[in-house]
Design a protein around this ligand. Structure first.
Ligand code: IMP
Ligand code: MG
Length: 478
């Protein structure tokens, strides 16, 4: 036992070195579980995370466990999950007799004798567990448990660390570091390689909106009928939104397959939020900041009018009436995000029957000198601290812009922040945000007029219309 101490110390040294290295987070964690397994002389080690509801544990990174074992899904044995969530060390001395053990047969096939799991904490909050698997029945010593706990704390540190400098190089290049350049401790679980370029692009898009993400952190076991089962690993998990995203930018045949899996997942895991991002949605998202095949597309003109001028005015008056009554006696500040909102804002504020301050913000979506982030290019002029802010929007699509702006406004300590949007493209929502006042629900189409533009055109139309034809390529380059 005393002979083992230097080995454990040495292992901690190795982990600390990895933590402080330029490796991507995913590589650091992979190294950590491997070093832990070697140091303890166990055959397997796994870093498991609790899901948002604290109902299940799933494998994030592991070493020495078979694919078959890892893809068995998750652990939802109530007792084990509960004990883990309470920050307890879970010791399963003999898996064949412990009543808490699920998958007896699988554990047996994997030749697991004992399991020990210590709490994984991120910033002091329990987030999961670091587990060691031994082939035979084994009692782990106090020193070994201490070692495992220290390793878990280090893993927690890796998972928590915030970026100091955004490293927006390709993940595969992140390992080759320019020593002179201060390197990010990347905040997310970043893969060393993505399965598809569109996933990498999507990751960049999420970074751009400052949305935290994990790449393929969890696999779901799906029962596909007739006693057969299959694994489904959604592409992304966005912890802040508790949302999984599966991107389908490939062949139509595969899209159908993915739709089927997502449907199954909905049925078998009703509490899991997952959204499928289809090719077209994805391209539109990219086109918004000048990427992808739709970025240079031209349209022929204005098509069907969806909301006529009188209909818009009537609805704006109704909204103003509601707002005036809800905000009676309070200091109301209307904040609009330029430029699409200016028509709606002008009409809405003039229809209010209570006093209100009006202010605007402008955002930039474009990349600047390699720095990709939504930025506030025109800040508020009014001090909103202690005020009741009503964020006025022209249209909420994915909701990403809104999420960013709400967080930005909340940082200024207003008394409240609510949202009023003229149009709500609900079907395309990624971020679940509550919209207190909605003018109209909009279809999944590109709309122009009454402030809404397509490449700066059509803002001056007094009504809201669809574009005449589908977006078409501007030239034959693409
Ligand atoms: P989100 O961040 O995806 O919710 O996008 C919201 C912003 O995208 C809006 O404020 C608009 O500037 C723009 N947008 C979304 N859909 C349309 C549309 O149909 N026509 C014009 N602009 C749109
Ligand atoms: Mg807008």
């Amino acid at each position: 036992m005393t002979r083992q101490a230097p080995r454990l110390n040495e292992a901690l040294g190795e982990i600390a070195e990895a933590l402080n290295s330029s490796l991507a987070s995913s590589e650091k964690l992979r190294l950590l579980v491997k070093v832990v397994a070697y140091a303890l002389g166990v055959h397997g080690c796994s870093l498991m995370l609790l899901d948002a509801q604290h109902k299940r544990l799933f494998h994030l990174v592991s070493h020495g466990l078979s694919q078959r074992y890892l893809t068995k899904g998750f652990i939802d044995s109530e007792q084990v999950v509960e004990e883990t969530a309470e920050g307890k060390t879970v010791v399963i001395l003999d898996i064949t007799t412990d009543p808490r053990v699920q998958f007896q047969e699988l554990n047996h096939q994997e030749h697991i004798g004992s399991i020990i799991g210590v709490p994984l904490k991120i910033r002091g909050d329990v987030a999961g567990t670091l587990r060691a698997y031994n082939r035979t029945i084994r009692e782990f010593t106090a020193r070994e448990q201490e070692f495992l706990t220290t390793a878990a704390n280090m893993a927690g540190l890796m998972l928590h660390s915030r970026p100091i400098v955004e490293d927006e190089r390709r993940p595969s290049e992140a390992a080759k570091v320019d020593k002179a350049h201060p390197v990010a401790l990347d905040s997310q679980f970043r893969p060393s390689a993505f399965g598809h370029p569109s996933e990498e692009e999507f990751a960049r898009l999420l970074d751009f909106y400052q949305i935290d993400w994990l790449y393929e952190p969890r696999s779901f076991l799906l029962d596909s009928g007739e006693g057969k089962s299959e694994m489904f690993t959604p592409d992304f998990y966005l912890p802040g939104l508790d949302l999984y995203i599966e991107i389908t930018t490939l062949k139509p045949g595969l899209t159908r397959e993915k739709r089927r899996r997502v449907r199954r997942l909905h049925e078998q895991y009703p509490e899991v939020n997952i959204k499928l991002l289809a090719r077209e949605d994805y391209d539109r998202l990219l086109a918004k900041y000048g990427h992808g095949p739709m970025a240079g597309a031209k349209t022929r003109g204005v098509g069907k009018v969806l909301f006529s001028t009188p209909r818009i005015h009537k609805r704006v008056r109704q909204l103003a009436k509601e707002i005036s009554s809800d905000y009676q006696g309070r200091h109301l500040v209307l904040v609009g995000v330029l430029r699409g909102v200016f028509c709606f804002m002008a009409d809405l504020m003039r229809a209010l029957t209570i006093p209100a301050d009006v202010d605007f913000m402008a955002l930039s979506y474009f990349q600047d000198k390699g720095e990709a982030a939504v930025r506030v290019t025109e800040d508020l002029h009014v001090n909103i601290q202690g005020c009741h802010v009503l964020l006025v929007e022209d249209i909420v699509d994915t909701g990403m812009t809104l999420t960013f702006v709400i967080n930005y406004l909340k940082a200024h300590n207003p008394a409240s922040v609510k949202v009023c949007t003229l149009l709500d493209k609900r079907v395309r929502r990624l971020a679940d945000i509550s919209l207190e006042y909605v003018g109209f629900e909009a279809p999944d189409e590109f709309l122009v007029g009454y402030g809404l533009d397509y490449e700066e055109e059509y803002r001056n139309l007094p009504f809201i219309a669809l574009m005449e034809a589908k977006l078409q390529e501007a030239d034959s380059r693409a």
